[in-house]
Each structure stands twice: as structure tokens, then as C-alpha cells.
Design a protein around this ligand. Structure first.
Ligand code: SAH
Ligand code: SF4
Ligand code: F3S
Length: 431
């Protein structure tokens, strides 16, 4: 009998990619994808541990799925990804009905584990080498193909669990990445997004990220190249020159996580740059690419963050004027250096700071979007808009969503349009 699997993905794009990788491994061996957990013989949750809330969500989802295990004990329930790596067998204390616990470097072993007759299988060995070369992910149809180019993180920011759940940095060869890009194009994808916890720390036998980007610009059929997330430490002039030379094929968008604007907090976070270093970097980026869309990640309420420190973050936001920002309340994570730090910021203070930050960002987002009115932009057409089937939606190179009358446009077209209006985070345009 053909076995069916269902994968639910939480967390970052690396997990999206890994879920496609797992689907690829399973489909290669004849498993089929099921439309719902109820119809699946194998249910996998690909999980995230980055904040406590992310783990709580998985705990409650597992609680919800328990009835399916009760109904059919032969069905396998697996937890994979970062939370599996973080909790290991500890997960069984509260969820003894979970069959399979697989860390992010153990996916090649999944078939063998699914065949196992043991009550539980726990495989959370991290590898220095695993980059899943030679496997091809079963991608969801669409415009964009995620391509993982490096895995792991060596930065050890003091708040972050990722180095513990993903292990050390390692990169794939340019050749293998280019091959995956070519295969994706042959399957109809027109955009690729390169992924890594520190995507621009890419280093394969001395070949660095700018060299990889150039190699990918030669792949016929790719209309847009994106990447995420770069670390400010490894953003340099060479990278910006490549952006400028291969514009607009390499999209003019950079996600540049700030985390905090205060030098004291940045130091305690082990972020390796100061406010002035960061602002100089932004100037350099804009020197090469005045239209670069810049987005960021910010944490409020890191231990010891004073009101004055927080004002420094607002100051950087006011100087850079980000297009958008992912904003988070600091969440203490086990194993990390910050876990034991004193001088915790109260929940209510964190909430106040977060609210202020979100309000400022909304203002900047709208201003930046309004500044585009009257400008001609290149849009990659994606799909009919959900709101109105007579409209299409697409994305500008700086990653902003635009809607317009469907007309003769088809998904995957690259079209030039002039922005006419901005509302919330949506742009409107005319030919
Ligand atoms: N590698 C990426 C980010 C990975 S985690 C990078 O360095 O940019 C994504 C974001 O989650 C981080 O940028 C950070 O803003 C946030 N984050 C990580 N750990 C956190 C924690 N303990 N509490 C709150 N936010 C956190
Ligand atoms: Fe976490 Fe810092 Fe590594 Fe990003 S660079 S994954 S924030 S430790
Ligand atoms: Fe979460 Fe792991 Fe990504 S902790 S953010 S899924 S690398």
C-alpha cells in the first residue's frame, strides 16, 4: 500500500526548504503527499525554537494531533527541525506519543527511521559536513525556488539558539548550487532565493558569496535572484558592486538585521558591529544602490536594555528608514549566553517598546511606499490577487507587493509599471 505523508512547517525559510527536501526524499521512494494530517500515514512537524512562543505553538499543535495517533497507533508522528534538535528525548516527557525526533542534519536517515519498529527514534546528531548535496527538493509550484547554499551559524549572538540547533557553518559547492538553479528553471521557476542562516558567510573552498552570485547570473531563464539573511559583518563593497553590476537580475533588496541600535546592547549581544559601523554600511549600500530596499530584524528588551539604549534603536530606524522590520520581544533561550544575564526588562516595558517601534516602522513603511509614487518599477507578476480575481499581484525588485488589473499579464512575466498609489503595504500601478 502506498504511504502518504503530511508536513507542516514552522519557522524560517530554511525550514521551508528542508520540508521540501524531506518531501523530495519521501516521494523519491514512492511516498505520496496527503492533503491533510487526517489522511496521512506519516505526519511531520518541521519546527522552530527561536523564541519560546514558537515552541509553545508546536506543543499545542502536537496536543491537537494526538487524537490521530490514538485513532490509528500505526500512524507515525514526527517532530523534526530545530525544536527536535533543542529538546531531543526531552520532548517525550510531555509528548510520549511522538514516534520520531529528527534534527536538521538527520534527514537523510528518515526512510530507515520510518521503517524502524522501535517505540521511538531519536536522531539529533549534528554534522560538520551535511549540506544535502545530491538530493532534489520537491518544491511547491510557484514563482520562487528556495535554494539552501549554506547551513549552520558560527556567530553565536548571545540571545540566539540557532547555532545550537543548526550546528556549524558549511557551504555547498558553486557547481551543485548552479545545477539546482538550472533544474529549478527547467521546472518553471523564474526566481531563486538563496538561503542560509548567514547566507553571505558562504565559503566553499575559498569561493565566496559574490562569486556564487555571479555564477548564478549566467543561468539562463532566471529572472530574479534574491538571498536571505545576510549578516552585516559580511556585507562589503564587493557584494554591492555585484548588486550594481547585475541589476535588476539581482534584486535590489537587502535584509540587514540590526537587532539593536545601542553600542552597549550590540556588544552584549555579540553582534560584532557598532551603531556607527552599521550606519556607514547603509551609506555604502546606498552609494552603490540608491534604490536599495532595506529591511531589518529588531529585538526589544534584551537584558540590560535601558530606555536610552532603546532610543538609540529608534535613532537608527530614523536614520535608515527601513522599508519594513520584523520586530521581536527578547525571549530567553536555553544554552545561550544571555539566558543567565541579569537585569531583565519587564514584560510590560518590552510591550511598550515594541508598540513604539512598530508605530515608527509603520510610518516609515508608508513614507517609503509613497515615495515610489510616480516611479517606474519592474514587477515580477506572481498570481491573481486573493482580493479580486480580476487583479494580479506581483513584486517589485525591492520586494514590495503590487496589485494591478490582470489585463493580458500572466504569472512569471517581468513587466514595467509606474506606481500610482500606496496603501498600507500594497502598491498600485499603471502601465
Ligand atoms: N540568521 C539570521 C536570523 C535568524 S533568527 C540573522 O542573523 O539575521 C531571526 C531573527 O529572530 C533574528 O534576526 C532576531 O531578530 C530574532 N531572534 C533570534 N533570537 C531571538 C530571541 N532569543 N528573542 C527574540 N528574538 C530573537
Ligand atoms: Fe542567530 Fe546571530 Fe547566527 Fe543570526 S547570526 S542565526 S541571530 S547567532
Ligand atoms: Fe527557527 Fe531554526 Fe529557523 S530556530 S528561525 S527554524 S533556523
Amino acid at each position: 500500500m502506498i504511504k502518504r505523508f503530511y508536513i507542516e512547517t514552522y519557522g524560517c525559510q530554511m525550514n521551508e526548504y528542508d520540508s521540501e527536501l524531506l518531501a523530495g526524499i519521501l516521494m523519491d521512494k514512492g511516498y505520496e503527499s496527503a492533503p491533510s494530517p487526517e489522511e496521512a500515514d506519516i505526519i511531520l512537524l518541521n519546527t522552530c525554537s527561536v523564541r519560546e512562543h514558537a515552541e509553545q505553538k508546536i506543543h499545542s499543535r502536537l496536543g491537537e494531533l494526538k487524537y490521530l495517533k490514538d485513532k490509528d497507533p500505526a500512524r507515525k508522528l514526527g517532530v523534526v527541525g530545530c525544536m527536535a534538535q533543542n529538546l531531543k528525548e526531552g520532548l517525550l516527557e510531555s509528548k510520549p506519543y511522538v514516534d520520531l525526533i529528527l534534527g536538521p542534519d538527520s534527514y537523510r536517515n528518515i526512510l530507515e527511521h520510518l521503517d524502524s519498529t522501535d517505540a521511538h527514534t531519536i536522531d539529533t546528531k549534528l554534522s560538520k559536513f551535511e549540506v544535502y548535496d545530491g538530493l532534489f527538493p520537491a518544491r511547491k509550484e510557484g514563482i520562487n525556488a528556495w535554494i539552501s547554499i549554506m547551513r549552520g551559524c558560527n556567530k553565536f549572538c548571545s540571545y540566539c539558539i540557532v547555532p545550537y540547533t543548526r550546528g556549524r557553518e558549511r557551504s555547498r559547492s558553486i557547481e551543485s548550487i548552479v545545477n539546482e538553479a538550472k533544474r529549478s528553471v527547467n521546472l518553471g521557476f523564474v526566481e531563486i532565493t538563496l538561503l542560509g542562516q548567514n547566507v553571505n558567510s558562504y565559503d566553499h573552498e575559498g569561493k565566496r558569496f559574490p562569486e556564487l552570485l555571479i555564477a548564478l547570473t549566467n543561468v539562463q531563464g532566471i529572472r530574479r535572484i534574491r538571498y536571505t539573511s545576510p549578516h552585516p559583518q559580511d556585507v562589503d563593497e564587493e557584494l554591492m558592486k555585484v548588486h550594481a553590476d547585475y541589476k535588476p537580475l539581482i534584486a535590489n533588496h537587502i535584509h540587514l538585521p540590526l537587532q539593536s541600535g545601542s553600542d552597549a546592547v550590540l556588544k552584549a549581544m555579540n553582534r560584532t558591529y557598532t551603531q556607527s559601523h552599521y550606519l556607514k554600511l547603509v551609506d555604502m549600500i546606498r552609494k552603490y544602490l540608491p534604490d536599495m530596499g532595506i529591511t531589518t530584524d529588531i529585538i526589544v528588551g534584551f537584558p540590560g536594555e535601558t530606555e536610552a539604549d532603546f532610543r538609540e534603536t529608534l535613532h537608527v530606524m530614523n536614520s535608515v528608514r527601513y522599508d519594513s522590520a520584523f520586530t521581536f520581544k527578547y525571549s530567553p533561550r536555553p544554552y545561550t549566553k544571555a539566558w543567565d544575564m541579569e537585569d531583565k526588562v519587564s514584560e510590560s516595558e518590552k510591550s511598550l517598546r515594541l508598540t513604539e517601534l512598530i508605530r515608527l516602522q509603520k510610518k516609515h513603511t508608508l513614507e517609503n511606499y509613497r515615495n515610489l509614487i510616480g516611479k517606474e518599477v519592474e514587477i515580477l507578476v506572481e498570481a491573481p490577487s486573493k482580493r479580486d480575481p480580476n487583479e494580479m499581484k506581483g513584486r517589485t525588485a525591492c520586494n514590495k507587493i503590487t496589485v494591478f488589473p490582470a489585463g493580458a499579464y500572466q504569472a512569471k512575466d517581468l513587466v514595467k509599471r509606474t506606481i500610482t498609489d500606496a496603501q498600507g503595504i500594497t502598491l498600485f500601478s499603471r502601465p
